[in-house]
Write a protein that binds this ligand. Structure first.
Ligand code: SF4
Ligand code: SF4
Ligand code: FES
Length: 506
């Protein structure tokens, strides 16, 4: 039933007056009123199967004869008096918890979901008693490979079918289904689909209310409570999905093992942003570590030879000042703040002997989904829109833009060395070893998204933020400071040098 927010219905929840939108169910209206009705199978972005029964509520009647029904499937009606915490509701919940945990293994100590598990939380909130069953638990497959990315523990599965509905209603692959009946039911890949081809598959890991669906990549990497989430924006395409980047808490830093484990991305999960991505992201967003954790460049070079940062900045400043025809190739992985810093540093030059051309830092890779009608866009850069807003759209012909240039400032990736005029001097700002190895007269290592804060403008003009997770290492500096430093701003130069000194000391 569709919801009409223009028509409201007055009702009561736990004795308090509340307002529902026409078409809302008790669970939805209660949520907006700040009352949580426990739920396993219900998910706000999926259809309602009504199979777990944990959301049972009481409705008072005028004749003193209350009735009970599941809150996720009961529309609110005018004057309805709903109780979510009556003694009978609590008893029914406890019985339901006993039933749902009848065959559930006591796995919490070794389960990846522990710390984020609805079943564990609800057990303590709504049951808290040992199992009443005197029978042995019904065992099922412990590690069933659902796909190359996801492992299924059938013993932990409570058959809520969220994962099945996700593949039918959101990703539309129909790649999962249920076989057999009753307590022999199992989630299995559909015979006529391939879960490996579902590029949104990992969302089922998040929405599984228990630890039945496990990321094979992250299996047993880290307990949830050792990590913290930094809000960010996925740079994988111009959708710019809102994400949390999870990394180890400093207080839980590993001292004995490889120290790089303390500054790596443990996982990426979606932040529910109705204006951009809803509660979902694609698998590329989950795999951002593969992009961010490529071998880094941490040292400046001049003429291909390692250099102290100060000398590199001075040399770059000399080249910029002496240019007869200069071209800046602008990164579409840059934040709005960095783009503004470039524009302000080069303002006078851009209205005389310099020009700027926005480039695609990344293009679709072989095997990658180029675009779809869910989230994925064909532009594999997070902020081309922000860059074009400042520097204009003069086309994609970089070689043409550089014709006759004697100095080229390359910012980020996506430039073919062969397109740069043979005689031009190249000042390059890059983050990865491959950038440092590309053609340059001066190379300055710059920070990546996980080391700075900023904003991107997505394909639809929505601006989202990202925050820093880690401190930069070595001589890595922020591009915004470099632009100011190489155009004569001594303060910015000092800031960059201080940052590099701090990075070198860590
Ligand atoms: S695997 Fe998880 S999401 Fe899927 S039915 Fe089982 S409990 Fe629900
Ligand atoms: S759709 Fe684009 S922005 Fe969203 S998670 Fe996937 S790659 Fe990232
Ligand atoms: S949440 Fe209502 S029946 Fe499962």
């Amino acid at each position: 039933m569709s919801i009409d927010p223009t028509v409201t219905i007055d009702f009561f929840i736990n004795g308090q007056p509340a307002t529902a939108f026409d078409g809302e169910t008790v669970i939805q209206a209660a949520r907006r009123a700040g009352v949580t009705v426990p739920h396993f199978c219900w998910h706000p972005n999926l259809s309602v199967p009504g199979n777990c029964r944990i959301c049972m509520v009481e409705v008072e009647s005028d004749n003193g004869d209350p009735w009970f029904d599941i809150g996720c499937n009961m529309p609110v009606t005018a004057g309805m008096r709903v109780l979510t915490e009556s003694d009978t509701v609590k008893k029914l919940r406890m019985d339901t918890m006993q039933f749902i945990t009848l065959n559930h293994p006591v796995d919490c100590g070794i389960c990846n979901k522990s710390g984020e598990c609805l079943l564990q939380d609800y057990h303590y909130e709504h049951n808290g008693k040992p199992s009443l069953s005197i029978d042995r638990k019904n065992h099922a497959t412990k590690f069933y490979p659902l796909s190359d990315r996801i492992m299924l523990d059938n013993e932990r599965c409570i058959m809520c079918t969220r994962c099945v509905r996700f593949t039918h209603e959101v990703s539309k692959t129909g790649a999962l289904g249920a076989v057999y009946r009753g307590d022999h039911s199992l989630i299995r890949p559909a015979e006529d689909a391939n879960f490996n081809e579902d590029v949104y598959s990992d969302n089922v890991i998040d929405i599984c209310p228990v630890g039945a669906l496990l990321s094979r990549e992250q299996l047993d990497h880290s307990r949830v409570w050792y990590t913290q989430a930094t809000p960010s924006t996925c740079p994988g395409c111009s959708r710019g999905c809102s994400i949390n980047v999870w990394h180890r808490k400093p207080e839980w830093a590993l001292k004995a093992l490889d120290p790089t484990l303390n500054v790596r991305v443990e996982r990426v999960t979606p932040i529910d942003n109705p204006d951009v991505n809803g509660p979902w992201i694609c698998n590329k967003g989950r795999d951002l570590a593969k992009i961010w954790e490529r071998e880094r460049a941490t040292e400046a070079t001049v003429g291909g030879v390692p250099s102290v940062l100060e000398a590199a900045l001075d040399r770059a400043a000399g080249l910029i000042a002496g240019a007869k025809k200069g071209v800046v190739l602008v990164s579409s992985w840059a934040s709005n703040e960095e783009l503004e810093a470039l524009r302000s540093a080069f303002a006078d030059r851009l209205s005389s002997n310099w020009s700027a051309r926005v480039k695609f830092d990344h293009v679709p890779q072989p095997g990658e989904t180029v675009e779809d009608d869910i989230l994925i866009t064909s532009d594999k850069n997070p902020n081309r829109r922000g860059a074009l807003a400042l520097f204009g759209d003069a086309g994609t012909d970089l070689a043409g833009a550089m014709l006759g240039a004697d100095v080229v400032l390359v910012w980020g990736e996506g430039v073919n060395d062969a397109d740069i005029p043979a005689g031009a001097q190249v000042v390059r700002l890059g983050s990865y070893a491959q950038d440092a190895a590309a053609r340059s007269d001066v190379f300055v290592p710059i920070s990546i998204q996980t080391e700075r804060s900023g904003h991107y403008t997505n394909v639809n003009g929505v601006i989202t933020a990202f925050a820093a997770c880690f401190a930069p290492k070595g001589s890595v500096v922020h591009a915004a400071d470099v632009f100011a430093a190489i155009t004569g701003n001594r303060k910015a130069q000092q800031r960059a040098l201080t940052m590099a000194a701090a990075g070198a000391a860590t």
